[in-house]
Design a binder for this molecule. Sequence first.
Ligand SMILES: *[C@@H]1O[C@H](CO)[C@@H](O)[C@H](O)[C@H]1NC(C)=O
Ligand SMILES: *[C@@H]1O[C@H](CO)[C@@H](O)[C@H](O)[C@H]1NC(C)=O
Ligand SMILES: *[C@@H]1O[C@H](CO)[C@@H](O)[C@H](O)[C@H]1NC(C)=O
Ligand SMILES: *[C@@H]1O[C@H](CO)[C@@H](O)[C@H](O)[C@H]1NC(C)=O
Ligand SMILES: *[C@@H]1O[C@H](CO)[C@@H](O)[C@H](O)[C@H]1NC(C)=O
Ligand SMILES: *[C@@H]1O[C@H](CO)[C@@H](O)[C@H](O)[C@H]1NC(C)=O
Ligand SMILES: *[C@@H]1O[C@H](CO)[C@@H](O)[C@H](O)[C@H]1NC(C)=O
Ligand SMILES: *[C@@H]1O[C@H](CO)[C@@H](O)[C@H](O)[C@H]1NC(C)=O
Ligand SMILES: *[C@@H]1O[C@H](CO)[C@@H](O)[C@H](O)[C@H]1NC(C)=O
Ligand SMILES: *[C@@H]1O[C@H](CO)[C@@H](O)[C@H](O)[C@H]1NC(C)=O
Ligand SMILES: *[C@@H]1O[C@H](CO)[C@@H](O)[C@H](O)[C@H]1NC(C)=O
Ligand SMILES: *[C@@H]1O[C@H](CO)[C@@H](O)[C@H](O)[C@H]1NC(C)=O
Length: 634
Amino acid sequence: MMFYLPALLLVSAPIANVAHAQQGADPYVPTQANCTPDVQVRAAEKGLSQAEQDWRRLRLESVIESLSSYLTRTNLTGFNVTQYLSKLNATNAPVVGLAISGGGTQSGVGGLGLWQAFDARYPPAVKAGTGGLTQCLSYLTGLSGGGFLTVSTLASNNFTSIEQLRKAINFTEDYLVGPTGNETEYYDELFENAGAKAEANYSVSVVDVFGQQFGQYLPREWRYRSYSDITSKNHSFSLGTGPMPIVSLAEVIPGQSPEIGGIMYPGNNATNAFNLTSYEITPFEFGSWLGGRIQAFMPTKWLGTSMNRGVPQANDSCVTGFDKFTFVQGSTANAFNFWFIDAWYNIPLFAKRSLQTFGLHRRQSSSGGIVIPADQADSPLVQLVNGTAENFEQTFNDSLWATYPNPFQGYNAAMTDVTELLLVDGSETGETIPLRPLIVPERELDFIIAYDASSDAEYSWVNGTNFINTAISASEGGIPFPRVPSSRTMVNLNLTRFPTFFGCNSTSEPGSRSPLVLYLPNTAWTQYSNYSYMQSSFTDNQFDLVMNNSFNAATYGNGTIDKTWPACLACAVIKKSVIRAGLELPDVCNTCFKRHCWNGDDDDSVVAQATKDQTPILDPGLSFSEWNKTWYAK
Ligand SMILES: *[C@@H]1O[C@H](CO)[C@@H](O)[C@H](O)[C@H]1NC(C)=O
Ligand SMILES: *[C@@H]1O[C@H](CO)[C@@H](O)[C@H](O)[C@H]1NC(C)=O
Ligand SMILES: *[C@@H]1O[C@H](CO)[C@@H](O)[C@H](O)[C@H]1NC(C)=O
Ligand SMILES: *[C@@H]1O[C@H](CO)[C@@H](O)[C@H](O)[C@H]1NC(C)=O
Ligand SMILES: *[C@@H]1O[C@H](CO)[C@@H](O)[C@H](O)[C@H]1NC(C)=O
Ligand SMILES: *[C@@H]1O[C@H](CO)[C@@H](O)[C@H](O)[C@H]1NC(C)=O
Ligand SMILES: *[C@@H]1O[C@H](CO)[C@@H](O)[C@H](O)[C@H]1NC(C)=O
Ligand SMILES: *[C@@H]1O[C@H](CO)[C@@H](O)[C@H](O)[C@H]1NC(C)=O
Ligand SMILES: *[C@@H]1O[C@H](CO)[C@@H](O)[C@H](O)[C@H]1NC(C)=O
Ligand SMILES: *[C@@H]1O[C@H](CO)[C@@H](O)[C@H](O)[C@H]1NC(C)=O
Ligand SMILES: *[C@@H]1O[C@H](CO)[C@@H](O)[C@H](O)[C@H]1NC(C)=O
Ligand SMILES: *[C@@H]1O[C@H](CO)[C@@H](O)[C@H](O)[C@H]1NC(C)=O
């Protein structure tokens, strides 16, 4: 996610009284516990954890039930649904994932709109023929805005419908200001919580403060709960009635990561993306599959425990409650390094075009310290980090990173004596759509919906760059992934304007290991959905408008442009499992794939400026200024 710096109004000096916080008494503080035998690191090469395998069977049983009603709704003429369902079981049923990109609240709220557009509990979605796909999702991944909002909000709200969600969460409250509107009181509390954690001898950073802001997107009773609490009995996840929520993160490595002005960043380039560790957090595990410096997992519940060579350093000092929901939310959206490098040195590192810059302040960097440019001292983001540093008597640099005791310390050569992991926004590796957890071969995804609201193009639209970057890193790592064309082709051929399937050919081969991918771009259908990704509150009207645009994106204009679209989506869900079962797809699938798959054509001509500036597909005469004045601001 990203802020336009001047729009923020934080308290000028968020100095909290941490003296009264008592260890253990504060609900934000992790808890010491005796270790149990499951507190250990396991190698990624062992495949899916037993917990995930067991959960998958439960989930796929539920998916098979959901498929029955979903498929009958989608009018798959000529397809014998009964026969297909009779061939499915909990090991061969379709495995479907939805990835929600970074992009602050623009992607985060847009992602909620997709959830609703595919939800069997939402009557218009049922009517449109898309309702029921949500109930067939086994994985829901997010990073940054897709992580702190879409994934975390849905997961903590028991994967409920958006109608119910809006009763639990007040999206009109501004997370920068707090529920009562008294910022002093709000930030005092956030700093006190972080202070209590510091007093209990955990490293803290600005992420402990910033992350708690996103607690506003959780039900009140979940604000101090942990990500691993999703595994508790009676939660939709553990009952198998909801998908597995996964959040992605990147890291910086002192002494290895490149720096600008002393500020580290992961430093992706055209050849090293796969070498940058992509961490994931599931309700069961934290770690990384392939690529990067570690291929191992730690139980999420026991994060915070000091480990060495894969086991606890002391048997009586294991830790639970470190994986606070808000800390995970803050971690996946922790891009202070990028914001500062952009604002101070005019170097935009995001694969993002619309960064606001604040003049050039190039200066000599010393390898160690970070020098805050004098004219940046009043920036609210600088003050938040500065306040953290001053409060906890640490350097500005120390205060920038989501700091995790390294569960992998001593586990391999690359982790020798690495006591802490310094985590940052998952999009900092150039892959803002969290596809990496979904293309892990072990998870055997059949179909992935990749929602891209990354703002990598001008006017905060998208041009495919982040999607292409995943294809590149997948190819570096030898991971099966569809062929994708250049950014120019993506834009010129409208592949960034209309939802388009990739991998149609490769997934037609029996035994294909590639998933079918639907690239679902954030575009203007009925509304200008390119509002600022730092918008920190929504009126009911604004929220409705965003939901409506997502609904039209997901339904291809609700049947106005292509009536067979719902069938096409269903075809994509079942395609690989139909082939596995030795059955044939009906003609309607082949016809609609012909229309909606990228056909392999390229158009690498320079993109015309007019193509970059969109008006709503279903209301092309509606200009942005008119819409903004008469619709959005209402
Ligand atoms: C289902 O599809 C058939 C042919 O593909 C079409 O004639 C019929 O109108 C469709 N029904 C609905 C409810 O869309
Ligand atoms: C569909 O398949 C079922 C089970 O294989 C079979 O009993 C039924 O006759 C088939 N229906 C049609 C219309 O072919
Ligand atoms: C599921 O069906 C496949 C194909 O019919 C079969 O090989 C497999 O053993 C079945 N698995 C279970 C758990 O029944
Ligand atoms: C939601 O929050 C806004 C802004 O704080 C407030 O005006 C409104 O009354 C709240 N709505 C509900 C239903 O509590
Ligand atoms: C805001 O909260 C602070 C600290 O609790 C309090 O001193 C102050 O009076 C409050 N301000 C308003 C306007 O209520
Ligand atoms: C969560 O949702 C499931 C249905 O998916 C329901 O059975 C369960 O009771 C709900 N749990 C809570 C805590 O509301
Ligand atoms: C990419 O970065 C790596 C270090 O992570 C470096 O070794 C390599 O030379 C860089 N490649 C290019 C093309 O800049
Ligand atoms: C990526 O890592 C591999 C294995 O450690 C190494 O051989 C390769 O040179 C690295 N590539 C870059 C660009 O850093
Ligand atoms: C915080 O900001 C003040 C005022 O700009 C500055 O003097 C101080 O050195 C900063 N503290 C840190 C830890 O960067
Ligand atoms: C797409 O966006 C990227 C990153 O912002 C930019 O470098 C690239 O030039 C853009 N591509 C086109 C075709 O405009
Ligand atoms: C792309 O979509 C726009 C808007 O619907 C349309 O005007 C244009 O002709 C399309 N271009 C191509 C190459 O299909
Ligand atoms: C898929 O196969 C068809 C038929 O061979 C070919 O025309 C098309 O270009 C292929 N698509 C891609 C993306 O390679």
